[in-house]
Design a protein around this ligand. Structure first.
Ligand code: GLN
Length: 232
């Protein structure tokens, strides 16, 4: 019931290094669009929650095994995931893009990946996309659990390229992560807040109502601007 929903402390899992959606600030606190959206929605709807930064794949697995109530982690609303999870209304549009080291002038298309290694994050839409084209272009895949290690792999030259979400790679590049984008964006699903299928329907409804309220009040846009416009 609604009354019970307000007493409960929901356990919400997230990624660890996925700026500007979730990342640690200088004090080690988790900040970002997902963190601010969750806080604002919980305040608007009057529910309590605890954020668990587990890493992306671990967060999705924790939701699948019902160890947590929900995931907010720049999680794409894919057809495959919709069989296991119920998603909120989409709250951010995304897409997949390839990046290489900023000093690399040899790789500028998928064809240049032949015989090379490419870094991806386990269980992500970027990983699925890389899988779908790897035989055609003849590259091999190296998997990582978080974006920071994946980008480091490309900077050190162990892998020549990375596939990740466009808004995250674009933000990282703007912040000077040492990578560059050399190809066009591929289609990807929008981000949604996820609960297990048929579970926590109250929470999902509160998320959707809260999100609509934040959009109407302008707070949603303020949160986006805070991370996407200023200081970056
Ligand atoms: N949007 C991507 C996905 O859902 C990546 C999410 C992430 O790495 N946090 O697969």
């Amino acid at each position: 019931s609604k009354a019970e929903a307000k007493e409960k402390v929901y356990q919400i899992a997230t990624d660890i290094t996925f700026a500007p959606f979730e990342f640690q600030d200088v004090n080690g606190d988790f900040v970002g669009i997902d963190m601010d959206l969750m806080a604002a929605i919980a305040k608007d709807q009057g529910f309590k929650y605890e954020m668990k930064p587990l890493g992306f794949n671990a967060a999705v697995q924790a939701l699948e095994s019902k160890q947590v109530d929900a995931v907010i982690a720049g999680m794409s609303i894919t057809d495959e995931r919709q069989m296991k999870f119920d998603f909120s209304e989409p709250y951010f549009d995304s897409g997949i893009i390839m990046a290489v080291d900023s000093d690399n002038d040899k790789v500028s298309s998928y064809k240049d990946l032949k015989g090379q290694k490419v870094a991806v994050k386990t269980g992500t839409e970027g990983a699925s996309f890389a899988e779908s084209i790897k035989d055609k272009y003849g590259f091999s895949i190296v998997t990582f659990d978080d974006s920071a290690n994946m980008y480091e792999e490309v900077r050190t030259g162990n892998s020549v390229a990375v596939f990740d979400d466009y808004p995250v790679l674009a933000y990282g590049i703007k912040q000077g992560n040492g990578l560059k984008i050399v190809t066009d964006k591929e289609a990807g699903a929008s981000y949604g807040f996820a609960v297990s299928k048929g579970q926590n329907t109250e929470l999902l409804e509160m998320f959707n109502t809260g999100l609509a309220n934040l959009k109407a009040s302008g707070e949603y846009q303020e949160i986006l601007d805070k991370y996407l416009e200023t200081g970056s």
